[in-house]
Design a protein around this ligand. Structure first.
Ligand code: HMH
Length: 207
């Protein structure tokens, strides 16, 4: 089983994780500002949780994956600075409660270090790959959202995703049958949470 097999076996779920009216709105500029700001605040909190989850994955990682995971951690710290700047310049407070959807997704990722390593790296790869594909579908994006589209479509981010993909392919190759079951379950859960996240942002902005 390869990373590609996972995407093909769960095509419908993956489609929902990477295509959404929210992203069409980013592309053509019709996304309500309220939905965008709702997403901004929730994604900031998501990234804070992802950073904690990834630190634990790094602690479990084989020698070969330490560099990519450590470099990813630094990017996430810088991303938090960037989110804080984005919120400040838009006059939005980040001091808001996590929506239950964000909360559940973050809880899942923060617990994933208790699963076999193949499932951990699969979850992380799926999470980043989903964002890369999702924002790529919105490219180049309406001018007010372009900075965001750029962040997750730029070449550095693409190489990071492909590096995680190679690490995942390797881990899946050496995984036992029960590790593979855990990895596939982790993939499905990440894809479902990604789909829920877009839905939450889209609705949150309306409610
Ligand atoms: C919901 N998934 C979500 N937010 C993100 N920032 C990423 C993935 C990529 O880091």
């Amino acid at each position: 089983m390869s990373p590609q097999d996972l995407r093909l076996r769960h095509r419908d779920l993956w489609e929902r994780a990477t295509r959404h009216a929210f992203l069409e709105g980013v592309r053509d500029g019709t996304l309500p500002q309220q939905a965008f700001l709702y997403w901004l605040v929730q994604d900031y909190h998501f990234v804070r949780g992802l950073l904690q989850a990834q630190a634990q994955i790094l602690a479990c990682a084989p020698r070969r994956d330490q560099k990519i995971l450590a470099s990813g951690l630094l990017s996430l710290v810088e991303e938090l600075d960037w989110f804080e700047g984005c919120a400040r310049s838009r006059g939005v407070s980040l001091d808001k409660a996590l929506h239950p959807t964000t909360e559940k997704y973050v809880e899942f990722l923060r617990g994933v270090h208790r699963s076999p390593y193949a499932a951990q790296i699969t979850a992380l790869w799926a999470c980043e790959r989903a964002y890369w594909e999702a924002w790529s579908a919105a490219a180049p994006g309406a001018s007010e959202f372009r900075e965001f589209v750029k962040r997750w479509t730029q070449p550095d981010f693409q190489s990071y995703v492909l590096g995680l993909e190679a690490a995942t392919a390797y881990a899946l190759q050496e995984a036992s049958p029960s590790d593979l079951v855990a990895a596939e379950e982790a993939f499905r859960r990440v894809a479902a949470y990604e789909a829920d996240f877009w839905e939450m942002a889209w609705k949150g902005g309306k409610g």
